[in-house]
Structures are given as C-alpha cells and as structure tokens.
Design a protein around this ligand. Structure first.
Ligand code: DC
Length: 232
C-alpha cells in the first residue's frame, strides 16, 4: 500500500547538522530546509546573541557565574523560516551585531559555560518541538537532539573553510584568508576541547566531507538521505 508516510515522515523529521566553523553548515542547512519545506534553526546565532547581550552589559567574561546569570535574562527569539531566518534580542533584530568581530572573539568562551548551554539547549528543544526542522550547530546530534532521525557531521579542509569564510566577510571587512584560517582553527580547538558538550560527531552521524563538493552536491546528498529516512 502506498501511504503518505514519506511526507508525514518529513513533517516530524529532525535533521541535525553539526560541524566546525566554515564547513558550509549554514548554507547547507538552509538549502536543505528550503528544498524539503522544513523549518530551520541556527543555534550558533543563539550563542552569538547571548554573547552580544553580555558584551552590551559589560559583563566580565572570565566570571562564569556572572555570565550565566546575565545570559539568563537574554530574551532570544529565533525565527525558523529557512528563507528569512531571524534573530532578536529583547525584540530587537541583532543579526548584524552577532556577526561582529567583538562577538566572534568572545563567543567560544561564552558557549563553554555549562549553564549557558543548558539555557539554550532548553530553548532549542522547545523550538524543535514536534520536528520538521533542520538544526545546525556543534552538539545537536550528540546533546540537543540525540534522537534526531538524520544526523550529519560536515567537514572540510581548513584552507577551504577559511576561503569560504573570508568570502562571506569581504563586504564587512578586508581580511586576510590566513588570519581567518587562524581564527577558525583557534575557535575549533576551543569548541572541540571544552568540557561542556564539545564539538564531536555523534556515533550514528553521517560524516560528509565538503572540501571537493559544491554546495548543491552536499544539499542533494542530505536531501536524498532525508527522504530515505522519512519513508522508513
Ligand atoms: O556556527 P557559528 O560559527 O555561528 O557558532 C558560533 C559559536 O557558537 C561557535 O564558536 C561555538 C558556539 N556553538 C556551540 O557551542 N554550540 C552550538 N550548538 C552552536 C554554536
């Protein structure tokens, strides 16, 4: 019998996309969500928004207690439309501020604080709700949504990642690719070695190396896997 289990399956499917900075996670995740008509959640933007909140409040980032207390007051709302994802802090659009150098330099330290992670994890789980969503981050398949129906771990060579990230930044700053690469590696090292849910591939994740693949190829690969999982 031919049922509608395929589309029903997609409607409740959670696709976790984890990986390091510059692996192509954001463009890939958005593209997959658009192709499949799913919602999209950028959890990195949430960590960045909390970080921006702390910076505007002048909190000492070395004081984990103060960081967690102040973070708890951050009112973060993530819009999950894949075509126009939004992020607001206290009702104000902070999509530009969260990409600033200041935020970038501080976000790893803030995201290493266990209470901050717990706060955002709860918020992320409430947004994921019944599913039908692509969620990108560092610990989605391992911690936030360990029961996700499809887990992808995206990788790419550091030089390919740095070139991509630098291209994203050109209209903001003139930055050397080498400097971008150094910054990516610094963040990766920090994100991968922290005690609280470090960046790592879930045991049941599909590892995709995007170094020699186009964005369309990576999206196509994940869309195929998602349709398979959804029709099981
Ligand atoms: O994906 P991104 O570069 O926007 O993420 C910004 C930072 O947030 C990243 O350095 C680590 C942190 N992060 C995290 O710890 N856990 C997540 N699920 C997503 C991001």
């Amino acid at each position: 019998m031919h049922s509608h289990s395929g589309s029903d399956g997609l409607g409740t499917l959670v696709i976790a996309v984890d990986g390091s900075a510059g692996s192509g996670k954001s463009s890939t995740s958005r593209g997959v969500a658009e192709r499949l008509g799913l919602r999209y959640l950028d959890t990195g933007a949430m960590y960045r928004a909390v970080t921006w909140h702390l910076l505007t409040r002048g909190v000492d980032l070395d004081d984990a207690e103060a960081v967690a207390d102040c973070a708890a007051e951050a009112e973060i709302v993530s819009g999950t439309d894949a075509l126009t994802p939004t992020i607001t802090l206290g009702g104000v659009d902070v999509s530009v501020q969260i990409r600033s150098d200041e935020t970038m330099a501080a976000v790893s330290q803030v995201s290493a604080v266990p209470r901050v992670r717990q706060q955002l994890r709860d918020l992320q789980r409430s947004i994921i709700g019944p599913g039908g969503i692509v969620v990108e981050g560092r610990d989605i398949g391992t911690v936030v949504a360990p029961e996700a129906g499809l887990k992808i771990y995206l990788m790419a060579d550091p030089s390919a990642r740095a070139t991509r990230r630098a291209a994203e930044l050109t209209d903001l700053h003139e930055r050397e690719v080498a400097a971008v690469q150094a910054d990516l590696l610094r963040r990766d090292r920090f994100d991968s070695t922290r005690a609280a849910s470090p960046l790592s591939a879930a045991g049941d994740a599909v590892v995709l190396d995007s170094t020699y693949l186009s964005l369309e190829q990576v999206i196509g690969e994940i869309v195929t896997l998602a349709r398979e999982r959804a029709s099981r």
